[in-house]
Design a protein around this ligand. Structure first.
Ligand code: DAH
Length: 344
C-alpha cells in the first residue's frame, strides 16, 4: 500500500506540474482528491490492514493528500498570477494617444447675439424685463398711443385671439407694462428681449414669429443725445469700433420725434456694396423719444420725466453680423447651420 500511495503521489504531482491551465489543475484535484479518487479508495481498504500498519498507512495517506492539495493550490496561484500578468500586458494603455474629441453643443446664433446685447446693456446699468407673448390689446397698442381704429395699427398685421387679446406684435408692450408698474416714479432703465408675432407670409426676410429687443429709459433730463450716444455704443459693439450711426426722421405713434437708425456699412465702410445696397448705410433699428401721451397714460408726469426707447430686430442683427441670408435658417434648426457660429 505504501508503494501504491507513493505512486499515486508522483503521478498526481506530475500531472499538476504539467497542467496548462486552471481547468486542468482542477481536473487533477477532482481525479485524485475527490470522493471517488484512488486515495479515498486506499483509505477504504485499510480495514484489511493489521493494527500496527493502520496508523502508518493512515498518516501516510493524509500526508500524500496534503502534499497534492498544497501543490495544487500553489499551481493555481501561479496560473492565476500569470493570467493577470498576461492581461496587464495585453491591455496596456498608451497614454500618449490623443483623446477622442468630445462633441459639445453651442449657442444658437440668435441666442448668441441676444446674450451679447444683453451683456452690453446690463453693463450700462439696464435690467432685463419680461412680459407675456399673449398680450392685451391695451399694452400692445392703446397704451402706446395707438387707440382702436388708429391707421398706424396697420403697420403691424396682428394675430388677434379675441377682440382684446392678441399675440404681441412688438416688445414695446413691455415698455407700457414696465412704466405702469413704476407708478410714475423714475428712473426706468430696461431692455426686453422676446418673441413677437405678425401676420406675415414667411420668406427670406419675413417670419410670422421673430425676436425683438426693446429698450426703454425714463428719467429726469433725458435727451435725444442720450439716445444717440447709447445707440452709437451699441452699433460699435455689434459691428466694430470704426462704425458710425445716422438718425433719419421716421414715425412711430409712441415716440416723438421718431427716428430710424442706420449704421455705416461694415462690409464696404461706406463705399457702397451689396450689403448696404450701394448706399453705404444699413438700417438697424427704430427709436425715438417716448411720446408724452405714453408717459402720461402710464402715470408719469411728462413735464418732469422724459424718456427714450428703441426696438431692435434680433434676427436682423444676427443676419448682418454672420452674413445669414434667409431668416428661416434660424427656426429650422439644422445643426449644420446652427453649429457654424461661435459666440463673440
Ligand atoms: N415697436 C417698433 C416695431 O416693432 C420698433 C420700435 C420703434 C420700438 C421705436 C421702440 C421705438 O421702442 O421707440 O417696429
Amino acid at each position: 500500500m505504501k508503494e501504491r500511495l507513493q505512486e499515486l503521489k508522483e503521478e498526481a504531482l506530475g500531472k499538476v506540474e504539467s497542467a496548462q491551465n486552471l481547468k486542468e489543475v482542477n481536473d487533477v484535484r477532482v481525479a485524485y482528491l475527490g470522493k471517488k479518487g484512488p486515495i479515498t479508495e486506499v483509505l477504504r481498504g485499510m480495514g484489511k490492514l493489521s493494527a500496527e500498519e493502520r496508523p502508518v498507512i493512515g498518516s501516510l495517506a493524509n500526508e500524500v493528500r496534503e502534499e497534492i492539495a498544497s501543490q495544487i493550490a500553489a499551481k493555481q496561484a501561479r496560473l492565476e498570477e500569470e493570467e493577470v500578468e498576461r492581461q496587464l500586458a495585453s491591455e496596456t494603455i498608451d497614454v500618449t494617444l490623443p483623446g477622442r474629441p468630445v462633441k459639445t453643443g453651442n449657442h444658437h446664433p440668435l441666442t448668441a447675439v441676444i446674450e451679447e446685447m444683453e451683456d452690453l446693456f446690463l453693463g450700462m446699468g439696464y435690467s432685463i424685463a419680461e412680459g407675456p407673448e399673449v398680450e392685451k390689446d391695451y399694452y400692445n397698442f392703446e397704451a402706446l398711443n395707438l387707440p382702436k381704429g388708429h391707421p398706424a395699427r396697420d403697420m403691424q398685421d396682428t394675430f388677434y385671439i379675441t377682440e382684446d387679446t392678441l399675440l404681441r406684435t412688438h416688445t414695446s408692450s413691455v415698455q407700457a407694462r414696465t412704466m405702469v408698474a413704476c407708478e410714475g416714479e423714475g428712473p426706468v432703465k430696461i431692455i426686453c428681449p422676446g418673441k413677437v408675432y405678425r401676420r406675415d407670409n414667411d420668406d427670406a426676410t419675413h417670419s410670422h414669429q421673430f425676436t425683438q429687443i426693446e429698450g426703454l429709459v425714463v428719467d429726469k433730463d433725458i435727451r435725444m443725445s442720450d439716445l444717440k450716444g447709447t445707440l452709437e455704443v451699441f452699433a460699435k459693439k455689434m459691428f466694430g469700433e470704426e462704425r458710425e450711426i445716422r438718425l433719419r426722421p421716421s414715425f412711430f405713434p409712441f415716440t416723438e420725434p421718431s427716428v430710424e437708425v442706420d449704421v455705416s456699412c461694415f462690409k464696404c465702410s461706406g463705399k457702397g456694396c451689396n450689403v448696404c445696397k450701394t448706399t453705404g448705410w444699413i438700417e438697424i433699428l427704430g427709436a425715438g423719444m417716448v411720446h408724452p401721451n405714453v408717459l402720461e397714460m402710464a402715470g408719469f408726469d411728462s413735464k418732469e420725466y422724459q424718456g427714450f426707447a428703441f426696438g431692435i430686430g434680433a434676427e436682423r442683427i444676427a443676419m448682418l453680423r454672420y452674413g445669414i441670408e434667409d431668416i428661416r435658417e434660424f427656426y429650422t434648426n439644422d445643426v449644420r447651420f446652427t453649429t457654424q457660429f461661435k459666440r463673440a
